[in-house]
Design a binder for this molecule. Structure first.
Ligand code: NAP
Length: 257
């Protein structure tokens, strides 16, 4: 018996086998959950389908989180497939490459709005769609992914730091709205991991080396450590934990000089 045996989980944000969402999917599958994955566009579908097959997950459909029709369609397919939903993983973020370097000051109104919509508002949209399906199961657990740049000014993280600050605030407000329905909402603030998204951040390797050199554990975070923590937070073992941002960063966030 795994810690999420019998739970039904939707995972949004698997792009390839380097995605943190993929580490979470593997950990949830190993701990007994039944999984559904989404993909964004045809190119990613080709990458996501073989990954889903490895863990006997189903691919429930295309989901661009800015598209309300696709959100509606994914959740109505889930309703048909299962009698409800227990777990939701939101591992989606976006900022234009030009806004992940040099000066934050130069971000345009349109780019700011787009990053906020994809990286923060999308959690609200997905949580709203998940609410009735989770209520049908007597409660649920929602998890998103953040980074230290939400609460500290990290060179080049810029626009994404502002979006992550909003995301962490969304976690707190959503946890209040959904708590009385036994639906918990939390974030993992992960250490740097080499993925498609992080490759857009200028000097990302410096962020990663800094953690290896200066974190209490003197090493980088391993993606599978996000997966195992995610399974623990999503599971009923964490039934009193909501509204939190929990660090999986080998302790880097507590350091000063
Ligand atoms: P990733 O593999 O590139 O995953 C990011 C995902 O977001 C991709 O699947 C991407 O799809 C998706 N996405 C972007 N715009 C979308 C939209 N409009 N609709 C639906 N999906 C969309 O990178 P990752 O590093 O694992 O990122 C997952 C989460 O972890 C993000 O929230 C990220 O900020 C967070 N995080 C990452 C790190 C790190 O160092 N890697 C550290 C802390 C937190 P496309 O490829 O099609 O755009």
């Amino acid at each position: 018996m795994g810690i999420v045996s019998g739970k039904r989980a939707l995972i949004v944000g698997v792009a390839n086998d380097k995605s943190l969402a993929w580490s979470i999917a593997q950990a949830l599958a190993a701990e007994g959950a039944e999984l559904a994955l989404t993909y964004q566009g045809e190119i990613l579908e080709k990458r996501v389908r073989p990954l889903a097959a490895q863990i006997e997950a189903s691919v429930i459909g295309e989901l661009d989180v800015t598209n309300d029709v696709q959100i509606g369609s994914v959740f109505s397919k889930l309703k048909e497939k299962w009698d409800g939903l227990d777990l939701l993983v939101h591992a989606v973020a976006f900022a234009e490459r030009e806004d992940l370097r040099d000066r934050f000051l130069t971000v345009s109104r349109a780019n700011f709005a787009k990053s906020m919509e994809i990286s923060a508002y999308s959690l609200v949209a997905l949580a709203r769609a998940a609410e009735p399906l989770m209520e049908a199961r007597g409660g649920g657990s929602i998890l998103t992914l953040s980074y230290l740049g939400a609460v500290r000014a990290i060179p080049n993280y810029n626009m994404m730091g502002v979006a992550k600050a909003a995301l962490e605030a969304c976690v707190r407000y959503l946890s209040i709205d959904l708590g009385s329905k036994n639906i918990r909402v939390n974030a993992i603030s992960a250490g740097p991991a080499r993925t498609l998204s992080s490759s857009a951040i200028r000097d990302f390797h410096t962020m990663a080396h800094e953690v290896e050199a200066r974190s209490p554990m003197r090493r980088g975070m391993r993606p599978e450590e996000v997966g195992t923590l995610a399974a623990a937070i999503l599971s009923d073992l964490s039934s009193a934990v909501t509204g939190q941002t929990i660090y999986a960063d080998v302790g880097y966030n507590i350091t000063g000089m």
